[in-house]
Design a protein around this ligand. Sequence first.
Ligand SMILES: [Zn+2]
Length: 413
Amino acid sequence: MTNKQHIIDRFISYVKIDTQSDPNSNSTPSTKKQWDLANKLVDELKAIGMQEVTIDEHAYVMATLPANVPHTVPVIGFVSHFDTTPDFSGTNVNPQIIEDYDGKDIVLNEEKDIVLSSEYFEDLQQYKGQTIITTDGTTLLGADDKAGITEIMTAMEYLIDNPEIPHGKIRVCFTPDEEIGRGAHKFDVEKFGAEWAYTMDGSQIGELEYENFNAAQAVVRIEGKSVHPGYAKDRMINSMYIAQDFINSLPRLETPEHTEDRQGFFHLSSIKGDVEETVLEYIIRDHDRTHFEARKKMMKDLGNDICAQYERDCVQIEIKDQYFNMREKVEPVMYIVDLAQEAMEAVDVKPIIKPIRGGTDGAQLSFMGLPCPNIFAGGHNFHGKYEYVPVESMQKAAEVIMKLAELTAKKYE
Ligand SMILES: [Zn+2]
C-alpha cells in the first residue's frame, strides 16, 4: 500500500511551483517557469532510481523503469502534463488539507467568503471520510495534472521498492503545454519507444476514456458595403445582417447548451462586426467522423448559398481541423482498454467508460502512432478555484498503474 502522507507531500511540492502555460507564446515550453518543475522531476526520477532519465530542449521529461521479468513484454508508457491552464491563476497555490471529510460545505476562504458547497458540487459526497486537498479560494489547485504526475512517480517508486511485483519495461513522460493544446506537438514518439501508453489526466476516480471529439475551428468572414446611412438605399450592405442570417441558418439546437453524450455541435464563440465586416468564430465538434465532415460541409454550403443570394462573394469561410477522435486508432488494439478496465477492477475501482466531450493529448498521440487512452487522475472542478482532489483517489490511480504493469507482464508470460 502506498504511503498517504508521502503522496500528500509529493503532490504539494508540485502544486506549489507555478507552471501556467501561455497560448500567446510560440516557444516550447510556452513559459519559462515550466522548467522549474520539469527540472525538479528529473532530479526526483533519478533519486527514486529510474533509468534513462532525459529532458530535451522543449522540457519533455522521459524515464525508464527496466523490466524485472525474463520474458518479452510490450513496453507500455504513462504520460501526464506539468503545466496548468492559462484560464486561472496558479501563482502561490496554498493547498488546504481536510482530513476525514464530513460531507459538509468546505470553507475555502473565510475572508472572501468562498465556499466549496457540497450541495452544488454533489460529487463531494462520495468522498466522505477521505482526505481532500482543496485550494484557498484564490488560485486553482493544479491537480490537473500534477495529480497524474504524483501517481506515476509514486507507482514507479513503489515498483522499484517492491521488486517482487513483476513488470515489463515501463516508460514515463511528463510534458509541457497540454492546456494550450500542444502537449503532444513536440512529443518524440519514437524516442519514447512504447507500444501503447495511458495519459493519467482524467477527472473522477474510475474514469477511462478512449473516445473524444473530432474538432475543427471555423472563421467566417462576411463582407458588407458601408455607405452614408442617409443615402444608402439600394447601396448599403450591412455585414451584420448577413451574419445574423448565417447564424440563424445553422441548427439552433445543435449547440453546447443543448447537447450531451455523443451529440455534436456548432459553437459560436465570438462575433465582431460593423457594417463593413463581421467575423464569426466557431468551433465544430462531433464524435462521429462522418457527421463531423457533414457539419463542415453544411457550413461551407451555407456560405455559398448566401453568396449566391447576394450575387457577390461576400462570405469567406476558413475551416481548420484541430484533432480527431482517437477511437479509430484505439479500437484495433482494444485489449489496451480491456487491460485498464481489468486493472481498475483488480484494485476495486469501478470503471466509468464514457466519451470525452473535448480532446486529450492522448488523442494526438494516438494519431502519431502511440495509442493512448486516458485514465482518471482523481481531481474535480478543473481550471478554477473549486478544484479539489481526494488523496485516496490518487492512491487508487497509483495502484491502477502498478496493476497495469503487472497484468501486462502476466499476459505475455
Ligand atoms: Zn489535464
